[in-house]
Ligand binder design. Sequence first.
Ligand code: CDP
Length: 223
Amino acid sequence: MVIGPQQRVIAIDGPAGAGKSTIAKALSARLGMKYLDTGAMYRAVTFEAMLRDLDLDDSDHIAQLAIDCDLHVGLDRVIINGHDVTTAIRQTDVTANVSKVASNSGVRKEMRIRQQEWATTHGGGVIEGRDISTVVFPEAILKVFLTASPHIRAQRRVDQNGGNVFEIAAAIEQRDLIDSTRSDSPLAESSDSIVIDTGNRSIDEVVDELETMFVLRMIDGNS
Ligand code: CDP
């Protein structure tokens, strides 16, 4: 069997603060594979819509913005329409609005196409998001769903960015609710995902386990 770029994917999904970025980046470095943060794509479109003062409920207009935008999401930089928005897309107001923009089916369709093209260009990769296992790369050779308790997830965000743990927990809960109840590609485990609670595991331990699984599956797939 030949493993194509849409299969040579480690798909990492899960809610905010579950450890997706840390684990995905570490895995991509270990395996020499490219890394894509799909959340940064939705954040960049949200930022651009806010910058232009667009009505986020105007789905057609927001979808057109997503289709027309020149978007580059790299390991360290996010650029949209020529502007470096790496830091700006993490601001509280973007975080508060991103789930609304991400529930727009026109935006999702465009991002999905770009994510699949990205994998083709790079021969697969480690890709994190909410719908990577279920919708974008249903044939991924390794699918992972990361979780942790709401308190641990909120505390991690406070450790990273500061803020009040109760306020951050409430904001995360609100975003999780919108992400997991939207009609188009909601945040959900895939039936064939490996579910890992990162609350009581070290990063290295999880990365070791996933690295081994990926290598074994690649050997199996190539034989
Ligand atoms: O880093 P954090 O977990 O806070 O969020 P993120 O990965 O940057 O994603 C931000 C938002 O983008 C999520 O809350 C979702 O609304 C949306 N998203 C999505 O809908 N689908 C994806 N594949 C990735 C992110």
